[in-house]
Design a protein around this ligand. Structure first.
Ligand SMILES: [Zn+2]
Length: 319
C-alpha cells in the first residue's frame, strides 16, 4: 500500500495537455495561413528573426542598431498580422497557444516552484484514489447539519467540535498538528467530520490514509500471517495524517492490540498526527485495551466528545 506515483501521473498528464494546446494552436495557424496568405508570409518572415539576428552579429560592425531595426520591423509585422486576422473575422490572438493555466503555461512550474494548479491536480488525483474520494461531496464541513443537535449544551458542544476540527484541517501541518480522539455514541457525526478533515487535508497536498480499524487489522494480518511485504503497511507509519475509524469494532486480541499500539507509537515518535474515532466510552476503552494504549490515547490525543441523539435515526424520522 505504498502511495501511487501521483507526481509522475500528473506530470504525464501535463505534458499531454501542453502538447495538445500546442497542436491545436498549430492547427488554427494552418487554417489561417490557408485563409489569409499574407499572414503566412508574415509568419515566414517572423520565423527568420533568429537567423537574421545571428547574421547581423556575424557581420560585425554596428550590429546593435541592426538588431534594433529587426525588432522594429517585427513589431510592425505583428501589428499588421493582428489587423489581418481581425479583418478576416478572427480574434487577434486566434493562433496563440491557449493554456489552461496562464501562470505556468501548463508546465506545472513557475520557475523552480510547483504551480498551484499542479499541486491541486496532484491532490485531486490522490483524493479520487483514496477511500475518501466517493464521500468527499457527501461529507464535508459545509454540509454538516447542526440542526440535529439540541439547542443548548449539545449544540454548543458540536459547534466547538466542528470549529476545532475545521481549523485543524485548514491549518494542518504534518509535524506539528495535534492528534485527536473522537468518541461518543454511534450516529453523531464522527465519521462525517473525520471524512471532512481527511478531504480538506488531502486537498492541501498531504498524504492522508483513512481506514476502518478492521481494514487496518486486515492489512497487518496479510503481512504477519500471509507473507505480504512490509512495504504494504509502511504508509500507516509514514502518511501525513492517519484516520482510523471505529476503534473497538475489531475483534480485540493480543495481535490487534499490538498492531494498534505499534501504529500509535511509531507515529507519536515521528510527531505525525492521527485521528481515532470510537463508539466506546473512556471506561470501555480502558477495560478493553492495555494501559500502554489507553495512556497514549488519553494522554496524547486531544479528546472530542460527541453528544446528542443518533442523527441517522432523526433523519429517518423527519422523512
Ligand atoms: Zn499552473
Amino acid at each position: 500500500m505504498s502511495e501511487r506515483n501521483y507526481y509522475k501521473e500528473v506530470h504525464d498528464l501535463y505534458r499531454n495537455k501542453r502538447e495538445r494546446a500546442e497542436r491545436e494552436a498549430e492547427e488554427r495557424r494552418r487554417a489561417v495561413h490557408e485563409a489569409i496568405p499574407q499572414v503566412f508570409d508574415i509568419d515566414t518572415r517572423l520565423a527568420r528573426t533568429g537567423s537574421e539576428i545571428l547574421s547581423a552579429i556575424m557581420q560585425g560592425g554596428d550590429y546593435e542598431s541592426k538588431i534594433e531595426g529587426i525588432r522594429k520591423t517585427n513589431t510592425l509585422l505583428r501589428e499588421k498580422r493582428s489587423e489581418l486576422l481581425l479583418k478576416g473575422g478572427y480574434p487577434a490572438d486566434y493562433t496563440d497557444i491557449v493554456y489552461e493555466c496562464e501562470k505556468c503555461a501548463d508546465s506545472g512550474y513557475v520557475g523552480l516552484d510547483m504551480c498551484n494548479c499542479m499541486k491541486a491536480a496532484i491532490a485531486e488525483a490522490r483524493l479520487s484514489d483514496s477511500e475518501l474520494g466517493r464521500l468527499c461531496d457527501l461529507q464535508s464541513f459545509e454540509n454538516f447539519d447542526l440542526s440535529y443537535y439540541a439547542q443548548g449544551s449539545e449544540r454548543l458542544s458540536i459547534e466547538h467540535i466542528v470549529r476545532s476540527l475545521r481549523s485543524f484541517a485548514e491549518g494542518f501541518d504534518s509535524t506539528t498538528s495535534d492528534s485527536w480522539l473522537l468518541f461518543g455514541d454511534t450516529g453523531l457525526g464522527k465519521t462525517h467530520l473525520s471524512t471532512a478533515v481527511g478531504v480538506t487535508v488531502i486537498r492541501r497536498g498531504y498524504d492522508v490514509l483513512y481506514k476502518t480499524v478492521q481494514a487496518v487489522i486486515d492489512d497487518f494480518e496479510e503481512v504477519q500471517f500471509k507473507g505480504a511485504s512490509q512495504q504494504s503497511i509502511k504508509r500507516y507509519y509514514d502518511c501525513d495524517l492517519l484516520i482510523i475509524d471505529d476503534l473497538g469494532a475489531e475483534l480485540t486480541n493480543q495481535f490487534t492490540t499490538s498492531c494498534i499500539y505499534n501504529i500509535m507509537n511509531v507515529r507519536m515518535n515521528k510527531r505525525k498526527p492521527t485521528i481515532i474515532s470510537t463508539n466506546l466510552t473512556q471506561k470501555e476503552l480502558r477495560d478493553r485495551y492495555a494501559d500502554r494504549i489507553t495512556s497514549r490515547l488519553f494522554g496524547e490525543f486531544k479528546p472530542l466528545q460527541f453528544k446528542g441523539t443518533d442523527v441517522r435515526r432523526q433523519r429517518l424520522a423527519r422523512k
